[in-house]
Design a protein around this ligand. Structure first.
Ligand SMILES: O=C(O)CCC(=O)C(=O)O
Length: 290
């Protein structure tokens, strides 16, 4: 992958420039951070081509050389539940997301360790970085459903709830095609209950009026990224527009965060993205959830 290192002076949501200290201070205060042009246009193009390929895999249209990874990919893609039988151009399925992309996509395995991404994350949570989640979120033209407002840490078996997610946009994301919505400073609220996340196109993003009033759109240009705290309330609107909104979603944590289960048994191995003396993965023995 062609990586163009752009880290240095970066933009905030209001268009102003922020240095590393200002980025960290903004993130800690507001619970999110926008970094514009994290990826070069060549990076974005490569990711878009890989997304097209993954849709072909989902439709069983792979070449013989790709058979093995296409089989793995098919186990991780999910159709858009509100457009299950629909197809897009070239008889491709309408997909909602692809989980665990690093298992079958070199492009998205590499993207999780993109130097620009790692530099921002290390500034926010420290040198040692582990990967919790590597997903692609699709909002296909005309069919993208909404994601209700929620906090990721309300669903994740990790304590303390201090992970960082990044959503990297491969298209210009706007309110019309279902860009992210955030509730600034909600990472200070503590873990709350949110219920189901998948919502129909015309559904409200939350039944909680006082939360709905505080949501704010986060438009992103292609190649730009939104970093957010795992306690920050977020979601995204529908896409009824003719333009898709495809993104990569990665969640990271530093090794002081523990893997927890109800009964404190089990183990799980997480890939190392940076630091940890060059280890490639780290096994966590579960502790009892508090
Ligand atoms: O990418 C989106 O539209 C929302 C995804 C999201 O909120 C999540 O997976 O937690």
């Amino acid at each position: 992958m062609l990586f163009q290192v752009l880290y240095g002076k970066l933009n905030d949501l209001s268009g102003g420039k922020m240095d590393k200290n200002a980025q960290k201070a903004f993130f800690e205060k507001e619970g999110y951070l926008v970094v514009e042009n994290l990826l070069s246009p060549a990076d974005v193009e490569e990711c878009q081509a890989e997304i097209q390929l993954l849709h072909q895999f989902a439709a069983g249209q792979e070449s013989d050389a790709d058979k093995e990874r296409a089989d793995v990919a098919r186990r991780h893609v999910q159709r858009e539940p509100f457009a299950k039988d629909e197809t897009q151009g070239d008889r491709l399925p309408v997909l909602r997301k692809a989980e665990n992309t690093r298992q079958y996509s070199e492009v998205f395995r590499n993207l999780a360790q993109h130097p620009n991404l790692v530099a921002v994350l290390q500034n926010l949570i420290g040198e040692d970085l582990l990967l919790f989640r590597s997903t692609l979120m699709f909002k296909p033209a005309f069919h993208g459903s909404s994601h209700g407002l929620h906090q990721d840490s309300a669903y994740w078996p990790m304590e303390p709830p201090r992970l960082v997610t990044v959503s990297i946009s491969f298209n210009d994301a706007t309110p019309e095609n279902g860009c992210f919505k955030v509730v600034p400073r909600s990472h200070l609220w503590g873990v709350q209950e949110w219920g189901g996340i998948a919502r129909q196109q015309d559904a409200e993003l939350t039944d909680r009026e006082e939360v709905a009033k505080q949501q704010m759109d986060v438009p992103l240009s292609a190649g730009s990224a939104l970093f957010f705290h795992s306690l920050m309330v977020h979601g995204s609107g529908p896409n009824a527009s003719p333009r898709p909104r495809n993104t990569a979603l990665y969640a990271y944590f530093s090794p002081e965060v523990r893997y927890v289960t109800k009964d404190g048994t089990g183990e799980r191995t997480f890939p190392v993205v940076a630091g940890l003396n060059g280890k490639t993965e780290l096994k966590f023995t579960a502790q009892k959830a508090s």
